[in-house]
Ligand binder design. Structure first.
Ligand SMILES: CC(=O)N[C@H]1[C@@H](OP(=O)(O)O)O[C@H](CO)[C@@H](O)[C@@H]1O
Ligand SMILES: [Mg+2]
Length: 550
């Protein structure tokens, strides 16, 4: 890169001035706020993606424009590292500094300082792959991104409108293409559908066909993409109907539908009536989360969330490892403190598998799961996947099956690895995983649900003057500040049989979250609302005290 390249940066930056009154922060989910305010940020993310690529010797970096389950007027942008994983945490600070540079000259100055501190070789031609979801503000932001990429002469690939996990997959495919041993797949939509579709059919072949699966696509990008996946699979094993698949009409994205709505409200999408015995699932707006649900014969709603998916997957993998006769190949589960207590007890006491708690946010779970041979990780809200680490791959390669049954189990473990998007949680690939297990076991959703019964739980938000005063330890389950507040929470928890509650500041919203569980619905609600009340009263609740707080 020459000085003239920097001239282009300042000139193009002038087309995307930063709104003076907004401070941006690269958080758990990248940048996320009202779409129209993000033009300068997305332009600058284009510049950063170029530097990140150069710092990785010209490997391809991904940029995804999406705000997932947020309302339609929001948008966001995040960077994807070479193996399809989330951006390395140490670069998040660079993103924030870049987004907040006040003038075009400041943008160039921040750029230069990153180049210097990272020792970046600017003669390397940067490569970036990018995509967007279906939001109305996305085309404008895409144009800003393209200016950022052009300003640093990036070799760019535009993937158009795809799901977030598809972009992660493409990035990993591109960067592994030259490695015979680790090539991940073809970096195209067709390649994605072919890889996951073929692994799915390999695993379910010969079993009875399942009944139809109704997919609520949140009126988002998952709708067109899952239709393409179904076309590619073209088999009665994947008999689906897309509901909430309108990506054209304004105001529909995530509105009264989608995985977040279903999980938060513990009910089906407003537009859907459930028929007892039928099978349903919901994606979120960028199709990286999935939850399943059904109505029982009395019409009552039952949710199968991320914890249920993770226990289903862990059980199946544990049984396959045992059937394969491979010694010391450990299956483990990573959860967050939001995992339902019943699921944690089930993993420990019934499945007898190791489980650890990570901090909220999938990157934390991902890192913990990498330490396990086969690490299953899911957030309760339905975002997660399964990882096979190098130790697991070595054990699978060395396996010496002693019988056809053992050989079949080893082959199924390999096929499962192909079925799973290891780069990131992926609603479509996770759905195929769940479908595979249910088809192989011949289970209905109700049979899957029988493993354990969820404890009544409640998740609340408390709006406070300053959420940065909240500090936590112990995987975010214990407050170390404000002083004395944890003692109050402990005293409240002690009042309720099997009570559990914790308080932490949200990483994505300007609020503090309160989670509670207890043996009965009424105890759980009393605990949740009294902890929320204590937080509001003792830690600077903002505005009027909500009437339901105790
Ligand atoms: C309780 C909860 O669901 N928290 C969500 C939410 O994080 P918070 O830091 O709680 O705002 O958004 C994250 C990003 O999407 C997701 O990873 C996480 O699970
Ligand atoms: Mg999402």
């Amino acid at each position: 890169m020459t000085t003239s390249a920097f001239t282009k940066v300042a000139e193009y930056s002038g087309k995307h001035p930063k709104p003076a009154d907004i401070t941006f922060a690269y958080g758990t989910a990248g940048f996320r706020t009202i779409g129209e305010t993000l033009e300068s940020t997305v332009f600058r993310v284009g510049l950063l993606a170029a530097l990140r690529s150069q710092s990785k010797q010209g490997q391809t970096i991904g940029v995804m424009i999406t705000a997932s389950h947020n309302e339609e007027r929001d948008n966001g942008v995040k960077l994807v590292d070479p193996m399809g994983e989330m951006l390395q945490q140490s670069w998040e600070g660079y993103c924030t500094s870049m987004a907040n540079a006040a003038t075009d000259d400041d943008v160039v100055a921040v750029l230069s300082s990153i180049i210097e501190s990272e020792g970046i070789d600017v003669s390397i031609r940067p490569k970036v792959a990018y995509a967007r979801d279906t939001r109305p503000s996305s085309p404008l932001l895409q144009a800003a991104l393209e200016d950022g990429l052009a300003a640093l002469d990036v070799e760019a690939i535009n993937y158009g409108i795809v799901t977030t996990p598809q972009l992660h997959y493409f990035v990993r495919c591109i960067n592994t293409a030259d490695s015979a041993a680790a090539a991940y797949g073809e970096p195209t939509e067709a390649g994605y559908n072919k890889k996951y579709g073929a692994a799915f059919l390999r695993l379910v072949e010969g079993k009875p066909h399942p009944s139809k699966l109704y997919i609520d696509a949140a009126n988002g990008v998952g709708a067109p993409q899952v239709r393409k996946l179904a076309e590619a699979i073209n088999s009665p094993y994947f008999n689906i109907e897309v509901c909430n698949g309108d990506t054209e009409s304004l105001g529909k994205l995530n509105m009264g539908c989608g995985a977040d709505y279903v999980k938060t409200n513990q009910r089906q999408p407003a537009s859907m009536t459930l028929t007892p015995g039928d099978r349903y699932c919901s994606f979120d707006g960028d199709a990286d989360r999935i939850v399943y649900y059904y109505a029982d014969e009395h019409g009552s709603f039952h949710l199968l969330d991320g914890d249920k998916i993770s226990t289903l997957a862990a059980t199946y993998l544990r049984d396959l490892v045992s059937a394969a006769g491979i010694e010391d190949l450990q299956v483990g589960v990573v959860q967050t403190a939001y995992a339902n207590g019943s699921s944690t007890s089930y993993i420990k006491d019934t499945l007898k598998l190791p489980t650890v708690f990570a901090k909220t946010g999938v990157k934390h779970l991902h890192h913990e799961a990498e330490k396990m041979h086969i690490g299953v990780y899911f957030e309760a809200n339905g975002h997660g996947t399964v990882l096979f680490n190098a130790g697991a791959i070595a054990k699978l390669r060395e396996a010496k099956p002693q019988s056809p049954a053992q050989a079949d189990a080893v082959e199924r473990l390999w096929a499962l690895r192909d079925l799973i998007n290891e780069s990131v949680g992926d609603a479509m690939s996770d759905m195929l995983l769940v479908e595979t297990i249910l088809i192989c076991k011949g289970w209905t959703l109700a049979q899957w649900d029988e493993a354990y019964t969820d404890m009544p739980s409640r998740l609340l938000k408390v709006v406070v003057n300053d959420r940065t005063i909240f500090k936590t330890t112990n995987a975010e389950q214990t407050l170390t500040a404000p002083k004395g507040l944890q003692d109050v929470v402990d005293a409240l928890v002690a009042k309720f049989p099997r009570g559990r509650s914790f308080v932490r500041p949200s990483g994505t919203e300007d609020a503090v979250r309160v989670y509670a569980e207890a043996a009965t619905r009424s105890d759980c609600d009393q605990l949740a609302y009294s902890v929320a009340g204590a937080v509001f009263d003792k830690a600077g609740g903002r505005g009027e005290r909500p009437a339901e707080f105790i």
